[in-house]
Design a protein around this ligand. Structure first.
Ligand code: TYD
Length: 212
């Protein structure tokens, strides 16, 4: 399915392993864009809508086994509703959407982590989102052990994916890097161990190019 642009808006997504600092960077970028007079919608998947938050509870916090294909479909259902009711309308209004996780998360976690077929998972997501691809995807690349250490310091409750073994997260990281290598125009890959302000400056520089 071909990628498509919607309205005059910009669609930026943040990807990376748990503990890579995606939300911190999204907040900093939002502040900078607002200071320049832009209207920003900051959102996330799973979640981002009322329906999505219910799906989020099931897919992240429900106890017991969920079959991998069911898990993939739940993320896709969340995505379909979120893109249709929140993201597309904002892009059509010419706004900037900053989103924590999108289809690359599904390809990395469900496609490669859960060993479903990566291409099929991508197609499922594109079907759910009617072909919408981000203008830029910031990948915060981080060694699995470092990400885990950051989470252990800040968390008491681990979600279903966070509870997976280091080997799973190692495959997720490799999957992300392969996705970035396959689409170098869309991805901005940054070393997540760099100082927060350096990363923020690199993100702003890429976004400035797009806004120019
Ligand atoms: P996130 O909201 O980034 O977690 P947190 O707020 O706990 O940092 O993401 C929650 C989890 O959802 C994360 O472990 C990865 C997983 N996930 C998938 O497996 N597939 C997907 O398509 C998405 C969007 C997230």
């Amino acid at each position: 399915m071909a990628a498509q642009r919607v309205g005059d808006g910009l669609f930026l997504t943040f990807e990376g392993g748990d503990g890579s600092g995606k939300s911190t960077q999204a907040v900093l970028l939002e502040e900078w864009l607002r200071s320049r007079g832009r209207t920003v919608v900051r959102t996330r998947e799973p979640g981002g809508t009322d329906v999505g938050n219910e799906i989020r509870e099931i897919v992240l916090h429900r106890r017991g086994h969920i079959a991998p294909r069911a898990e993939a479909l739940l993320y896709a259902a969340d995505r379909a509703h979120h893109i249709s009711t929140v993201v597309r309308p904002a892009l059509e209004r010419g706004e900037i959407v900053l989103q924590d996780r999108y289809l690359d998360s599904s390809v990395a976690y469900q496609g490669v982590g859960r060993e479903l077929e990566a291409g099929e998972i991508r197609d499922l997501s594109l079907w759910a989102a009617e072909g919408l691809l981000p203008d830029v995807t910031v990948l915060l690349d981080l060694d699995v052990a470092i990400g885990r250490g950051r989470l252990d310091e800040s968390r008491t409750r681990f979600d279903r994916l966070e509870a997976e073994a280091a080997e799973f997260h190692g495959r997720v990281r490799e999957a992300y890097l392969a996705l970035a290598a396959a689409e170098p125009e869309r991805f901005l890959v940054l070393d997540a161990t760099r100082p927060v302000d350096d990363i923020a400056a690199a993100v702003r520089s890429r976004v400035s190019e797009l806004l120019a």
